[in-house]
Write a protein that binds this ligand. Structure first.
Ligand code: ADP
Length: 482
């Protein structure tokens, strides 16, 4: 099926470097639901990455010198254009990523919300004055844009992960080079088309596709790049951090998670099941904040598993572009293999498949939404990110036991728990070693709040006024001789 857009100009297949769309069609972008070729994009390497960084470096001073209000107006125009083209952007997103159209529309709104928020925030990047240590001097602190920002993004949120980094960077006065995931470059390029139409000047926003290690090598070593923003696997995040050490760049990492989702005996069970569905099965389980380990207290364990299994059995698997589908394909055949491996390991060690458990009849990249009970800590699903539609349910008895189990991981991104006891809510929220905790909610993310992890899940925050911090340098001015 070809992609029919209201504005075919949004299906851009070339890279954006210094305000010009360039490059030959080489690398295939396929629809994960059908395997059909959607487009081909350039395979750029170190030379083009260097050109893009040089362009961003050249564009930096004039962009930073604009009034905050001027940048704000341009970003607001970009927001308006994203919203005006929401349907086309959602169609592109579903075609290359697989998520159901309703979710894709939600992601476009989510992506746009960061542009709207930081268009506003651009005007509030204030400094401060501090009472001085000397009578003849005053202390002033300013916040200035850091310079060129590199953004390397994953395929699970092809639009959202870009605006979450780009909007605050551009608002602060930085310029950027984006390297989207090879699976999903078309959403990034469509956003770039709209950025240009909004009046973002040449060189301020560059997008390059191609050889990830070669491009990453330049982005982490070029002296003009001051921040490397990355969302993706912990392994690649650590590599980029090491590579960035040579030129002492700031690295802003959003890495993997292993989210616990805890249901206490006193929880509103239906609300907990609803929250688990959203947290676990959204985007086919392919988000870094997806519930990875469901811990349910003994008193409600059987009832929770039964209710969850019933809901999961009602999910509709298929091509995300088809009406009523709630579960699209996984991103690649390898992703399906990994889910299968996880399940085989769990069942071999004594877990029981309650619903689902195998490849879907549609074949290819489709997998049945699955619930497994009787899961224990010796199984791979307890330690590794599943990134697929499998809900493993562990049983626990005491609050102390479950907090210890939840924290027994090198990750620390999102955690969730359901309880109606106010004392427990504060004890557990404070005891969980995570950057974000959803309490009686399976969904956390908003442009208004700081998203990010601790431990090996990351070191930065995206969203809210905190999201500006990565993109500004603090400068201390001592004004003496007064
Ligand atoms: P995932 O497993 O979700 O694909 P990755 O961490 O492999 O996560 O990919 C996230 C992003 O990092 C993608 O844009 C990918 O192309 C990029 N990437 C992968 N390896 C490297 C590398 N060596 N240098 C720079 N970017 C990389």
């Amino acid at each position: 099926m070809t992609l029919v857009l209201t504005d075919p100009g949004l299906l851009e297949t070339r890279c954006l470097v210094d305000g010009v769309f360039v490059g030959e069609a080489v690398d295939a972008v396929e629809n994960p639901a059908t395997g059909a070729l959607i487009a081909r994009v350039p395979r750029f390497g170190a030379a083009q990455a260097t050109q893009a960084v040089d362009a961003a470096a050249k564009a930096f001073k004039p962009w930073a010198a604009k009034l905050a209000k001027e940048r704000s107006i341009i970003l607001r125009r970009w927001f308006d254009l994203i919203i005006a083209n929401r349907e086309d952007l959602a169609l592109i997103l579903t075609a290359e990523q697989g998520k159901p159209l309703a979710e894709a529309r939600g992601e476009i709104d989510y992506a746009a919300s960061y542009v709207e928020f930081y268009a506003e925030e651009a005007k509030r990047i204030n400094g401060e004055t501090i009472p001085s240590h000397r009578p003849d001097a005053r202390i002033i602190v300013t916040r200035q844009p850091v310079g060129v920002v590199a953004a390397i993004t994953p395929w699970n949120f092809p639009a959202g992960m870009i605006t979450r980094k780009l909007a605050p960077a551009l608002a602060a006065g930085c310029t950027a080079v984006v390297k989207p995931a090879p699976e999903t470059p078309l959403s990034a390029l469509a956003l770039a088309v709209l950025a240009q139409r909004a009046g973002i000047p040449a060189g301020v926003f560059n997008v390059i596709t191609g050889d990830a290690p070669a491009i990453g090598g330049v982005l982490t070593s070029h002296p003009a790049v001051r921040v490397v923003g990355f969302t993706g696997s912990t392994e690649v995040g650590k590599l980029l951090m090491r590579q960035s050490a040579g030129t002492v760049k700031k690295v802003a990492l959003e890495l993997g998670g292993n989210a616990p989702f805890i249901v206490f005996d006193d929880a509103d069970l239906d609300a907990a099941v609803e929250g688990a569905m959203i947290s676990k099965f959204r985007n086919m389980g392919q988000t870094c904040v997806c519930a990875n380990r469901l811990y349910v207290q003994g008193g409600v364990y059987d009832a929770f598993v039964a209710k969850l299994a019933q809901k999961v059995a009602g999910l509709v698997v298929g091509d995300g572009a088809t009406a009523n589908v709630t579960q699209g394909p996984l991103i690649t055949a390898e992703a399906v293999d990994k889910v299968e491996r996880h399940l085989a390991d769990a069942t071999a060690k004594g877990a029981r498949v309650v619903v689902g458990g195998k490849r879907h009849a549609l074949g290819r990249t489709f997998f049945e939404p699955t619930v497994v009970s009787g899961v224990t800590r010796d199984m791979a699903v307890a330690r590794e990110e599943i990134f697929g539609p499998v809900a493993p349910v562990f049983r626990f008895e005491t609050e102390a036991e479950v907090i210890a189990a939840a924290n027994d991981t090198e990750f620390g991104l999102a955690a969730y728990f359901y309880s109606r006891d106010v004392g427990r809510i504060f004890r557990v929220a404070e005891g969980l070693e995570y950057g974000m905790v959803g309490i009686n909610s399976g969904l956390l993310s908003s442009e208004l709040a700081p998203f990010g992890g601790i431990k090996e899940s990351g070191n930065s925050r995206e969203g809210s006024h905190h999201g500006i911090a990565e993109f500004v340098d603090i400068k201390y001015l001592l004004v003496g001789g007064l």
